[in-house]
Design a protein. Sequence first.
Length: 192
Amino acid sequence: MSHNQRSLALGLAFLVTAFPFVPEAAATGIASDYTKIRLEACTQISAADAEEGTFGGAWQCAGYKGQPVYVAEGDLRMFVSFGPTAADEPAAGQTLPNFNTVNETLEWRLRDGVPFATILRWFPSVDESGKTGSVLIVTQLRPGGGTCQIARIDAQANKDANVLARQAADTMAGSFDCSNPPAVMGTPGMLY
């Protein structure tokens, strides 16, 4: 190997060591996959309450590799939970205070192919005019009482909302205490 080739090899080795080009998530085996929440393709497990009129029903949908996704509507608010006992998890009772709906695209955060958190966009009402906001909600997946919302990000107040949501999922999921309210990440916006 010539002096120039050795110098180039040493220079490249330094650059790769000093400035790794592999994203941190890829280096730790963290990735994302996406599924859809389409209620018409889900199994309805509870019908709407015709007498009271505030419960709109509950559905079980298939998520990443068949992972159960529980979706319910009550008093014009959505509830979303995950896992084999999703309806009994804390997430099944969590929603935003404003009337809301959810997006159909669900992001699953995976560590070495195993889901540990989800990110879902919710659309809460802002005022009587029908205007809606956009909030990303991060939910940790810990069956047995630990599946709950861990972070909320106002996607209109934070241009890097997706980055903030993934950071929250990757650093908080698995150790978040569900007796605490979800953390508000970034600029609070409508989540103040």
